[in-house]
Design a protein. Sequence first.
Length: 406
Amino acid sequence: MAESRARPSFSGGEWVFAVVGLPLALVGGGYALAVVYAGALLSLTVLGLPFVVLGLLGARGLGAPHRWLVGRLLGEAVEAPGALPRPTGVIARGRAVLTDPVAWRTLLYLVLRMPLGLLGFGAAVVLPLGTVWLLGYPLWARLLEPGPRPLRWDLVAVVLGLLLVSAVPGAVRALSAANRWLARQLLGPARDQQRVRELETARATLLTDSGDRLRRLERDLHDGTQARLVALAITLSLADDALDPAAGPDLDRLRTLVARARGQTDETVAELRRLTRGIHPVALDGGLGEALPSLAATSPVPLAVRLDLRERPDPAVERAVYFCAAELLTNIARHSAARSAELTARAADGRVRLTVRDDGRGGAALGVGSGLTGLAERLAAVDGGLRVESPPGGPTVVTAELPSRL
């Protein structure tokens, strides 16, 4: 899910990037054009492919200083692409370079960066110099040509100078935004590589979360359920002593111990139910069509349920949707102050979409302590995503979408 980036209206870093980045843009653009031109000329010779391989490797290397400069001066952190695979054999390595999307995208970036660099330098340096000349035109003209002069040209020059002064920040800002977008699109990992990284990170998060849950379950079983069962055993042992035929049964004490044992049994059963609820909900045995309405029945906020389940997803996807719905309904009950809510689930055409809407106070967002960040990470582990729309004052609409099959 994309996060919005707050950008300053105009910053010194953007101006410095426009000035300092010009030499790097010219060098990179000249290099890329030389590789393309020479590669085309040598393509009919035996030197063509080796030259292109070396040119692409060089382009990959030139991407690093551009990423650094964009991150340092424009505040756009571009993730470095993964290293090239290194298969055995010269031919196999050359093929890996020729089929590397990162190298080709970086080469394209270097070509496009050159005109952007020239435009940026013009906006940051040439335009301000032009405004200085125009604003000072009445003075320069009288110094160069003394004598009476018509005022209309002086007024036109000053007005044009003021217009250019007001246009400089916007021009630099627009070109900086174009440079950010270009670096984001072409200097980072290829889309497939980025997707693999995201899935690897999500699965690692899921494994870590599962390990933490298992350790908590073991601790709760040891410190909670086991202790309750030991206390129950002691109570039953005391009840057995109260039935000692030598002294005669102590009925009052026996009733007290039996009542205590019954209470301890009820607490142990409730504890076991709480612990096993997070492992696999029994309601999911009948699919989401049975699980979601039963989950909605426990919501303290009045909840309307609308289901359109034309296909049954994989069990792992069903669990993800169920726990997502449970987390969202818990958030509504605890944080939203909502009077009503609505849960909609649709499974069709290989996709599952869960939407939970409430009329509460709004203001929910990823990373603000509502548990939505962890929920998004769990969904990412099954190739899903989470979208949150929650303006202050409400309503809040949270949508989870994921594939039906893994």
